[in-house]
Design a protein around this ligand. Structure first.
Ligand SMILES: C[S@@+](CC[C@H](N)C(=O)[O-])C[C@H]1O[C@@H](n2cnc3c(N)ncnc32)[C@H](O)[C@@H]1O
Length: 254
């Protein structure tokens, strides 16, 4: 496979933003999580969504009555979220910070819950940055506040790289990214780097992301190292570890 020309891992092309809604499928994302977020957030009003994207989860939670502050560092995504929110008649509170700086931007204990969903921590490659980000999320949580964060099934990518790259990528499409017209699949898999390709089957348009593949157990260790003690793991929104899941969610209590 020829290497793709990608400048760096933090490169959100206009095409990526264009494709994102059909990659998610907003209704199917809600079906897949089946009330998971609402249940966890019950009684926790002040929510910080650390990566707004184009607004799918923030718009839903705002409509459900939560007081959501949403962060999006990428202006193309933030603009798209504003458009989407306006169409839905929802107001957004947007900040534009780098996760690594948010301890300087918010007060300690300002939020009841922090969300970092859609497989986003994977944008950061260095352990220092990952830990700093998780520590910052913990810092802005009040005592007993919760971080809800997820990752992809990267160990499967690493274990089955050869067959995946030959076209045998296994993906249920039922959780988190559920679109049927835009497909995401890895096109490069290395020990410390995965390149994901997103393709719209109707137009042939493609976008790429370069991401860091966490090994089995690595994410949990990072959360512990960042100071979280009570951590529950879910596999495709079901409590416990299932090696065949597409995504793993962690609920970490401060
Ligand atoms: C895979 S997208 C997920 C977006 C959304 N949560 C969803 O589920 O569709 C990852 C998001 O993380 C944001 N992001 C990546 N690195 C970041 C950083 N260092 N600080 C703040 N946001 C960052 C990107 O701008 C992007 O919107």
């Amino acid at each position: 496979m020829k290497k793709h020309e990608i400048k760096n891992h933090f490169y959100n092309t206009k095409t990526l933003v264009e494709l994102w809604r059909d990659f998610i499928d907003w209704d199917k994302r809600r079906e897949g999580e089946n009330g998971f977020l609402k249940k966890l957030l019950l009684g926790r009003r002040r929510v910080f969504e650390s990566c707004l994207g184009e607004g799918c989860d923030t718009i839903y939670l705002t409509k459900e009555g939560f007081d959501v502050t949403s962060n999006e560092i990428d202006t193309l995504f933030a603009d798209k979220a504003k458009d989407n929110a306006q169409k839905e008649g929802v107001g957004l509170k947007i900040t534009t910070f780098d996760w690594r700086d948010i301890d300087k931007k918010f007060k300690e204990g300002q939020f009841d819950a922090v969300l970092c969903l859609g497989n986003s921590l994977t944008y950061l490659f260095s352990k220092n940055d990952q830990i700093k980000t998780l520590k910052n999320f913990r810092f802005i949580l009040k005592r007993k506040g919760i971080l809800i964060i997820d990752e992809r099934n990267y160990q499967y990518f690493l274990d089955d790289a050869e067959s995946i790259l030959k076209g045998g990528f296994r993906y249920s499409g039922k959780y988190t990214y559920c679109g049927t017209k835009v497909h995401g699949r890895p096109v490069e898999i290395e020990e410390n780097k995965v390149v994901m390709e997103y393709e719209d089957e109707r137009t042939g348009k493609k976008a790429y992301l370069v991401l860091y593949p966490f090994r089995r157990g690595e994410f949990l260790s990072l959360l512990r190292e960042a100071g979280f003690r009570k951590i529950t793991i879910y596999s495709d929104f079901k409590e416990g570890y299932n090696k065949n899941a597409d995504f793993y969610q962690y609920v970490a209590v401060k």
